[in-house]
Structures are given as structure tokens and as C-alpha cells.
Write a protein that binds this ligand. Structure first.
Ligand SMILES: Nc1ncnc2c1ncn2[C@@H]1O[C@H](COP(=O)(O)OP(=O)(O)OP(=O)(O)O)[C@@H](O)[C@H]1O
Ligand SMILES: [Mg+2]
Length: 237
């Protein structure tokens, strides 16, 4: 079967800045694949390009058999390709419940009712806080809301950009357990992380991006033990 996501020779520039210099990456259905790399490596650029927010200069992106290169975000959302962007970007003046409903804007009331039940099962705190304004949530709760909102769109391919950013270690570890549960519910996941250790422990396969190029790709458990990762991304512990 064709891959849920198949990126070939992807090049993206912002004016003179070349952010991606020919990236190949695949995600098979049911996998968690992680993309790790330092600040400015081009991770968010790749995610935003797949989600239709940034223009491809060269290369192609396929979703199963379909060429989705340059497709509108709305069309991508209809196909179940959903981005939970870096930095949460929740709506501070809307209630938690309304934030979630924004994620389901293309779906029926019935679908939204059902999915909201699932989101509340995964993140019980969001049910407790459903009538509070988004801005009153803690950082970790806002991150859960951002993921919950992405789930409300009914993802088949979920793009998670740095879900652990700014969260305490105990919250991060719970969050990654939930990410696995989301995969077990039938969602394919591409996960961008700077926290290489937990990302590699969670994912099936991994890619390492440096200055817009893939410099390593392997099974996550293999990369976790490799010298390159150890030196550059894991520190000494
Ligand atoms: N809108 C933009 N305009 C101009 N340059 C940009 C823009 N967005 C990103 N860049 C540049 O493209 C490169 C890749 O940025 P990107 O945000 O994709 O990196 P990243 O790997 O997600 O980094 P981080 O880990 O800090 O989130 C960087 O050099 C960045 O400065
Ligand atoms: Mg980024």
C-alpha cells in the first residue's frame, strides 16, 4: 500500500533563505514517525508545507496515491491531514469547548459530539475546564487543548509540531503516552520534537534534520543508541 505521507525532494525557501534543501521522508499508515533537529533546522517548515501553509519550491508530496503538493489547507483538512502547530495557538478569548469546536468546523454536530467525548476521555481536565476561557489554562492544559482541537478535525494523519515545548517533565511523559494512545485509535502521526530522547522512545522510526537536509533516518530504537544522536541530541546522561 502507498504511504500515508510520501515526501520526495522537497525544497522550500523564504526569499533567499533555503529552509529545506531536498528532503525525502515517508510515514506509513499506523506509524509514529519523529523528525528531530536543532532550532532552525527546518522542522516546522516541513510540517507547515505538508499542511498547505507554506509553498513548495521543488519536489512532491503524496498522501496515499494522491498528489497533494500545493493543495489548500481546507482540502487537506477534508482528507484528514491535520496540523497541531508549534506554540499551541489556541484562541485565548474562546471557551475550551469553543476552541475544540473550531477544530471540527468542517464536521457534523454528531461527529463533533462523538469526538468531543473521546477528547474528554483522553484529557479529562478539558472536560472540567470546558467553560473556562482558553487563556486561563496552564501551559500543559493549553497543549492538551491544541491536540484536542486537532483531534476534533478527525485526523487520519496528525502532524504534531513540538507538543512538549515548555512543559514540565512529568506532563511531557503523560502527553507522550497519550500520543501513543491516539495512534492506537488509528491515527498516523508525524511528530516534530527537540526532546530527542522521549521522541525516539515513542516513535517507530525517526529522521534527523540538519540545516534543511536529512542526515540520518532509521528505526527509532536504533537511532536512540547511535553516536550521532548521543553526541548531538541527547547529551551525556
Ligand atoms: N516566515 C519565515 N520567513 C523567513 N524565514 C523563515 C520563516 N520561517 C522560518 N524561517 C527560517 O527558516 C529556517 C527554518 O525554520 P523552521 O521554523 O522551519 O525551523 P525549526 O526546525 O522548526 O526550528 P525550531 O526548533 O526553532 O522551531 C530558519 O532559518 C528560519 O529562520
Ligand atoms: Mg519549529
Amino acid at each position: 500500500m502507498a504511504a500515508a505521507l510520501d515526501i520526495k525532494g522537497l525544497k522550500v525557501s523564504y526569499g533567499n533563505i533555503q529552509a529545506l534543501r531536498g528532503v525525502d521522508l515517508t510515514v506509513e499508515e499506523g506509524e509514529i514517525v519523529t523528525l528531530i533537529g536543532a532550532n532552525g533546522a527546518g522542522k516546522s517548515t516541513l510540517m507547515n508545507t505538508v499542511a498547505g501553509l507554506v509553498r513548495t519550491r521543488e519536489g512532491a508530496i503524496h498522501h496515499y496515491e494522491e498528489d497533494i503538493t500545493g493543495m489548500d489547507t481546507r482540502e487537506l483538512v477534508k482528507r484528514g491531514i491535520i496540523l497541531a502547530p508549534e506554540g499551541r495557538q489556541i484562541f485565548p478569548d474562546l471557551s475550551v469547548k469553543d476552541n475544540l469546536l473550531m477544530g471540527g468546523y468542517l464536521r457534523s454536530d454528531k461527529e463533533n459530539d462523538e469526538t468531543m467525548k473521546t477528547v474528554f476521555e483522553l484529557f479529562p481536565i478539558l472536560e472540567e475546564r470546558q467553560n473556562q476561557m482558553g487563556l486561563t489554562l496552564s501551559g500543559g492544559e493549553q497543549q492538551m487543548l491544541a491536540i484536542g482541537r486537532a483531534l476534533m478535525a478527525g485526523p487520519k494523519l496528525l502532524l504534531l509540531d513540538e507538543p512538549s515545548l515548555g512543559l514540565a517533565p512529568i506532563i511531557v511523559s503523560n502527553l507522550f503516552k497519550l500520543i501513543k494512545r491516539i495512534r492506537d485509535m488509528g491515527v498516523t502521526i508525524l511528530l516534530v520534537e527537540q526532546n530527542a530522547r522521549i521522541a525516539l522512545k515513542t516513535a517507530d522510526r525517526a529522521y534527523v534534520l540538519e540545516s534543511g537536509r536529512i542526515v540520518a533516518a532509521d528505526r527509532a530504537d536504533v537511532l536512540l543508541k547511535s553516536d550521532l544522536i548521543e553526541k548531538s541530541y541527547l547529551g551525556k546522561s
